[in-house]
Write a protein that binds this ligand. Structure first.
Ligand code: GLY
Ligand code: MN
Ligand code: MN
Length: 434
């Protein structure tokens, strides 16, 4: 993202806050994995959305129309010895020179300076209730201002979650964000194609996982948006299966739910295909049903339609299909009303997608499902998970299939960002045969 894009976002937030308000957004902190080893660091999406600053232990303040500048950054100071061990830091010099901050302070001055910034603002926006230590710290700053009201200080009286403003902004993607998400989805789609090409019976799930990482990393996306799910046979029926270490058997399907993160933006794609390259007739029947549900659901993802319409459409198609296959019995309307699909399809048909894989943004407004608008991105991911329950005819048992695409709402309908990953069963078979 360009400096201008970050500036535009900060300006938009400042406008929404108004001159009476002030916003505080903390960066993520490092988390210990064991002793002195940390989990890979991932910046807080709200913080990086506004700053592009990827170091831990920082705070952003937006104080609209403050005369010394409305964008203040607190960060770790330069420290040649620590940087020798742990890596480079921007420092306060870099925060202003390279990240556009109007003013920057070393983190050690946070408690001293923050009350002086808060003073004079009637409304305080911060992520309330996310981190109890932060809640207490912010209230400590506010109480320092309150202690000075007789001397003319103005302490905040209204406290608002900063997410209520930020997440509406993040829900509608800018052209630069769409470009990044399109590229992320293209890289993941190429990785899915590669897995179809190399898969064969006897291979381990972990081999496919390694190949997925390899294709993404060599295409510029070193990070994954979430832990890949690579499940052969019955493992595909475990929704969040991440063990990924079982051998793949001839005659089974394999489900791959994997997507890279590129420049802080997620992709999230699922494909299900036969380990040996040919769908058996029962596998193909179930696959074509899930594909029919997915295609029908994607058609419902367009401006003006409501969030629940793709899900309701998928449920309708799947329920009809389950009756046809002899897995459900009864009248369609009653089966839908009773949610009879739930033992075989227990999740929703999608979620917002963006910087976070399950991205921010509300699904309802004023108590009703919200309408789609151009610039929103969602996943559409129906599935069927047929266990070995008696209700399921023997040929269909232990089949798990999900098909997931990343869908951008456009002015006229939608664009499937992940379209380069084949999902037509004949196209999959011919790619695997090649
Ligand atoms: N990969 C997580 C999901 O599909 O929601
Ligand atoms: Mn998903
Ligand atoms: Mn997924």
């Amino acid at each position: 993202m360009t400096a201008a894009e970050y500036k535009r976002r900060r300006r938009a937030l400042a406008r929404a806050i108004g001159p009476e308000g002030i916003a505080i957004v903390p960066a993520a902190r490092e988390v210990v994995r064991n002793r002195d080893v940390h989990y890979p660091f991932r910046q807080n999406s709200d913080f990086v959305y506004l700053t592009g600053f990827s170091e831990p232990d920082a705070f952003l303040v937006i104080a609209p129309r403050r005369k010394e500048g409305e964008y203040v950054l607190f960060c770790r100071p330069r420290d040649p010895e620590r940087e020798q061990w742990d890596g480079r830091r921007a420092g306060v010099e870099g925060a202003t020179a390279d990240f556009g901050a109007d003013q920057a302070y070393p983190l050690g001055e946070l408690d001293a300076v923050m009350p002086t910034l808060i003073d004079g603002h009637a409304r305080l926006y911060f992520p309330i209730g996310v981190d109890t230590a932060l809640d207490a710290r912010v209230m400590g700053w506010v109480n320092r201002v309150r202690a000075n009201v007789r001397a003319g200080a103005v302490a905040p009286e209204t406290f608002v979650t900063v997410e209520s403003l930020l997440h509406e902004m993040r829900l509608r993607k800018s052209p630069a964000e769409i470009k990044q998400m399109r590229r992320a989805a293209e890289i993941s789609a190429a990785a899915h194609r590669r897995l179809m090409q190399i898969c064969e019976p006897g291979m381990n799930e972990s081999r496919l996982e390694a190949e997925f990482h390899h294709v993404c990393a060599t295409s510029g996306a070193r990070d994954q948006a979430y832990s890949p799910i690579i499940g052969g046979g019955a493992n595909a029926c475990i929704l969040h299966y991440v063990e990924n270490r079982a051998p793949l058997r001839d005659g089974d399907l394999v489900l791959i739910d994997a997507g890279c993160e590129l420049g802080g933006y997620a992709s999230d794609i699922t494909r299900s295909f036969p380990v040996n390259g040919r769908f058996s007739p029962p596998q193909r029947e179930i696959y074509e049903l899930v594909l029919e549900a997915q295609t029908a659901a994607i058609d419902k993802a367009k401006p003006g339609n409501l969030w629940n319409e793709p899900h309701d459409e998928a449920v309708k198609v799947l329920t009809k299909g389950l009756v046809r296959l002899g897995i459900l019995e009864g009248k369609l309307a009653k089966l839908i009303e009773d949610e009879a699909h739930k033992p075989y399809y227990m999740h929703r048909t999608g979620h917002w997608l963006g910087m976070d894989v399950h991205d921010v943004g509300s699904y309802k407004q004023h108590g009703a499902w919200r309408p789609f608008e151009p610039g929103m991105v969602l996943t559409v991911e129906p599935g069927l998970y047929l266990s070995d329950a008696d209700a399921i005819p023997a040929p269909y048992r232990q089949i798990g299939i999900r098909i997931e695409d990343d869908v951008l709402i456009t002015e006229t309908g939608n664009e499937i960002l992940s379209a380069a990953a084949p999902k037509d069963p004949d196209a999959i078979e011919s790619l695997m045969a090649g």
